[in-house]
Design a protein around this ligand. Structure first.
Ligand code: ATP
Length: 271
């Protein structure tokens, strides 16, 4: 149902070792972990801790995973909502939902607020889109800006937002003191794809020795982390269906074919 205002997780188990590749992005968010853990250290010379960071990159590249890992590493609560949830909302609900979210996060601070698909709320004002009432969306965006501006210097709530469309965002969001840090989360290269395979092989019960993740990385150009997670899962299902005792190389290749097929269909619908 739509009754739930936002998600709250006070015991996040995700850590940086669950996030494969993304070395640059991990280094940048490590700073946020440090701010959350030892705010006094950073403010001792009068500096202000940033309030927000924007993760920018294609779908399925690990933005949500990375934000969760920040909360897991800093051992702070993780509050999250998705911009697209606002699309179906009644008038007046969006702004009050944002207010409640910030109130809760401040009560539990230090904490992280994560807003996925922020472009659904944060499109440049005055430009219409098809996602419901524009006034409602603007009210929600204005409330978000108000909440971020209202943070005292010692609030210690950091807002992480994610988007794959930074170009459509309202410039007001990027202003100093809001989402003034932008962190790029790109599709993985071949070396990173190998690392992602290694992470997602861990939960599989038995993988045949013949499987070489270097080889699999070479077979999957253009795949996101989410696609690779999907390949590993499909491969385990394909092998199990055949009654095999271990997931083999051919099961992975069949899973890749299946996912490439799915991606092609998806692209056909979009274009
Ligand atoms: P979207 O833009 O669609 O919301 P996203 O960038 O937030 O996507 P995630 O939801 O974090 O992507 O990724 C989906 C899943 O894909 C993760 O839960 C994880 O299983 C896998 N995944 C993606 N990137 C990585 C990565 N770098 N390392 C390990 N797993 C990954």
């Amino acid at each position: 149902s739509k009754a739930k205002l936002f998600d709250q997780n006070t015991d996040v188990k995700v850590s940086f070792k669950d996030v494969a590749g993304l070395e640059g992005a991990k280094e940048e968010v490590q700073e946020i972990v440090d701010f959350l853990k030892q705010p006094e250290k950073y403010t001792s010379l009068g500096g202000k801790i940033p309030k927000g960071a924007l993760l920018v990159g294609p779908p399925g590249t690990g933005k949500t995973l990375l934000a969760k890992a920040v909360a897991g590493e800093a051992k702070v609560p993780f509050f999250s909502l998705s911009g697209s949830d606002f699309v179906e909302m009644f008038v007046g609900v969006g702004a009050s939902r944002v207010r409640d979210l910030f109130k809760q996060a401040k009560e539990k601070s230090p904490s992280i607020i994560f807003i996925d698909e922020i472009d659904a709320i944060g499109r440049a004002r005055g430009k219409s889109n098809f996602s419901g009432s524009n006034d409602e969306r603007e009210n929600t965006l204005n409330q978000l800006l108000t909440e971020m501006d209202g943070f005292g210097t010692n609030t210690n709530v950091i807002v992480i937002a994610a988007t794959n469309r930074a170009d459509v965002l309202d410039k007001a969001l990027m202003r100093a003191g809001r989402f003034d840090r932008q962190i790029y989360v790109d599709l993985p290269d071949v070396r990173e794809r190998k690392e992602i395979f290694d992470v997602h092989l861990r939960p599989l019960k038995k993988v045949a020795d013949e499987l070489d993740t270097d080889f699999m990385a070479k077979q999957t150009p253009g795949f996101s982390g989410a696609d690779i997670a999907n390949v590993c899962n499909e491969a385990a299902l394909i092998a199990a269906r055949k009654g095999k005792q271990a997931v083999g190389k051919q099961d992975f290749l069949d899973a890749v074919d299946r996912i490439v097929g799915g991606l092609e269909k998806k692209n056909k619908i979009i274009t």
